[in-house]
Design a protein around this ligand. Structure first.
Ligand code: NI
Length: 260
């Protein structure tokens, strides 16, 4: 079975203190246990740089570079940050801009600044003709409104938390939908319903490691190899088999991120 974890933060500090051997051991363990590819996701300039370094160190690893809504700086710093981001994105192993988007759960960064950084990075995606990875937490309406203003930009809504209706609307607009460990949680009625309506050619899976550890490991430190449990639950929900879901999500990720 070939698994593709489309969203992980293997450089997270928790791996150095809580995973025996740290980030490098974690990545090696995951590649040895059936994960073929991992996209390491940047959330700021620093973690975007680290993502590129990791991608050069491991064949199966790719990088996404972007400014997370909770990591936005001031309005004045925006253009300098975009310039640096653009240089990083020219790297041959940078496959997407992300994670970018809106987070209305944590109010550390004012909404208007989040929106400004999101729109600017969507414009950059349009300019560079690259896919984007969207973080949408409790901001479904505004995220939809913004992506519709950039019809040439496509990508994926990561760790999808919207309704089946929203998933259907995104698919119609040409987007992919990625499900994380939350779909395995017992009371996750809405994500379970949503994962049933996404067409086969638009489905992705991810861990969002070290967060969102799936059942039966809930509460532990998550790792890319646990993407298997999300794959298994989606197969169950769709009356499919785990090998088939692994294969289609692998092919979809390769297509979206232009990986040969
Ligand atoms: Ni993430």
């Amino acid at each position: 079975m070939t698994l593709f974890d489309s969203h992980a933060h293997c450089d997270d500090a928790r791996y150095s203190s809580e995973y025996e051997g740290g980030t490098d051991k974690l990545i090696k363990d995951c590649f040895e246990s059936g994960v073929a590819n991992i996209i390491n996701i940047g959330t700021c300039l620093e973690s975007s740089k680290v993502s590129i370094e990791l991608a050069h160190k491991y064949d199966g690893m790719y990088a996404s570079c972007g400014i997370h809504p909770c990591e936005c700086k001031s309005k004045n710093e925006l253009e300098a940050i975009i310039d640096e981001l653009e240089i990083l994105l020219k790297d041959e192993k940078a496959v997407a801009i992300g994670e970018i988007g809106l987070d209305y759960h944590w109010q550390d960064v004012p909404k208007d600044i989040q929106i400004l950084y999101f729109e600017r990075q969507m414009a950059l995606a349009e300019k560079l003709n690259m896919p984007v990875i969207i973080h949408d937490r409790e901001a479904h309406g505004d995220c939809l409104e913004i992506i519709k203003r950039f019809p040439r930009v496509k990508g994926v809504f990561h760790s999808f938390s919207g309704s089946p209706e929203m998933a259907t609307e995104l698919v119609k607009l040409g987007w992919y939908i990625s499900f994380s460990g939350t779909v395995t949680f017992k009371n996750a009625r809405v994500p379970k319903e949503a994962c049933r309506v996404v067409p086969e050619d638009r489905l992705l899976i991810e861990t969002d490691s070290p967060y969102l550890c799936p059942t039966p490991h809930r509460g532990e430190l998550n790792r890319p190899s646990y993407v298997f449990f999300t794959c298994e639950e989606i197969a169950r929900q769709r009356d499919s088999d785990v090998e088939h879901i692994a294969e289609i999500t692998y092919q979809n990720a390769k297509r979206l991120f232009n990986i040969n």
